[in-house]
Design a protein around this ligand. Structure first.
Ligand code: BMA
Length: 328
């Protein structure tokens, strides 16, 4: 059964963004979706992929049921901030009969390719997380296209175009040497089935860095006038646990294996209560971002503390200008 989500919005303020010196500005109505908005009992809703479809914003939400397993469910909104409709009949369920999705499916990244949407998501397999692909034209029916990368691998997305007849996939395998560092990799395929020419794109840094030991792609790469913009998470490990924060990188337009810039500092981290406290504390985890019609405003959709869904706004030109000044 569909459910309309009604937010209590202060009448005098609408959903204006918080003013702060941050590049990303949280909307006051955050979190925009929580488990309480679902028409049936679920544990959490988090880490949504995002797309524009039929004049609306579509979120493909990771819903963690009280079994512990996750599936993907559609929620729609006209302005992408308020007025969400949760549509549980439009969903992608895990194929629990398969090894690849036995324990659920998680964290979709949606790339629009022509009239198809390519959804790269994490399958929680009997051997750990792996990278799966499905496609859809309507977010009603979904075609499974198979496992792209074996475990342990996640945080993957396709580019929206081919490069010299090849698809490019960003993903994040976990290496056992040295010390289980997890870097962002780039791999190539002529047919979305056979993958090769694997290279490290963005290595995790070391020591005290905010993105030491573990990094992973956020939303799919976004084509800008200066190259492909990436938003990625870095995991900072402290005695109290991990902190998931975000940074930027820029790849060459024609040769996305060339990294033009990488942010020295993180630019968005958990500070609001809903980001600091939840099933997993101190997590901001975006899987989708949408450039608005003005060509500059980006709406970034992220899971907060693995518990709810939030949106923040940013100016694309501000992000690029900042990255040019803060590249290491
Ligand atoms: C990552 C993924 C995400 C999760 C994050 C923080 O490895 O599993 O789904 O949001 O950890 O717990």
């Amino acid at each position: 059964m569909r459910r309309q989500v009604v937010h209590e919005v202060p009448a005098d303020r609408g959903h204006v963004m918080l003013t702060s010196p941050e590049l990303f500005r949280r909307y006051e109505v955050n979190p925009i979706l929580t488990a309480a908005d679902w028409p049936h009992t679920v544990n959490t809703v988090t880490n949504p992929g995002a797309a524009r479809f039929g004049g609306e914003t579509i979120l493909l939400v990771r819903v963690e049921d009280r079994t512990g397993l996750s599936h993907l469910c559609v929620a729609t909104s006209t302005d992408g901030v308020l007025g969400w409709t949760v549509e549980p009949e439009r969903r992608l369920l895990p194929d629990v009969a398969s090894e690849a999705e036995r324990f659920g499916i998680e964290d979709p990244r949606i790339t629009e390719c022509g009239d198809e949407y390519m959804i790269v998501y994490t399958g929680y397999s009997t051997a750990g997380p792996l990278v799966c692909l499905a496609s859809t034209r309507d977010f009603e029916s979904f075609e499974r296209r198979g496992v792209l990368m074996p475990p342990e691998d996640k945080d993957a997305a396709l580019f929206p175009k081919m490069f010299d007849g090849r698809w490019a996939l960003i993903h994040r395998p976990v290496a056992t040497q040295p010390r289980h560092r997890a870097h962002i990799w780039l791999s190539w395929s002529p047919d979305l089935k056979h993958w090769g020419d694997h290279t490290i794109l963005i290595p995790a840094r070391e020591g005290a860095w905010w993105d030491a030991h573990k990094v992973g792609l956020g939303p799919p790469p976004l084509l800008t006038a200066e190259g492909w913009l990436l938003l990625y998470h870095g995991v900072h490990t402290t005695p109290a646990g991990s902190i998931y924060r975000l940074g930027l990188a820029l790849l060459d337009t024609e040769h996305p294996d060339r990294v033009l810039a990488r942010s020295s500092e993180w630019i968005f981290g958990p500070t609001a209560d809903y980001e600091r406290i939840g099933d997993v504390d101190q997590v901001i985890f975006p899987c989708g971002w949408l450039l608005q019609d003005d060509g500059d405003t980006l709406q970034v959709y992220y899971g907060a503390a693995d518990t709810s869904i939030c949106v923040a706004g940013a100016s694309l030109s501000d992000l690029l200008a900042w990255l040019a000044r803060h590249s290491s």
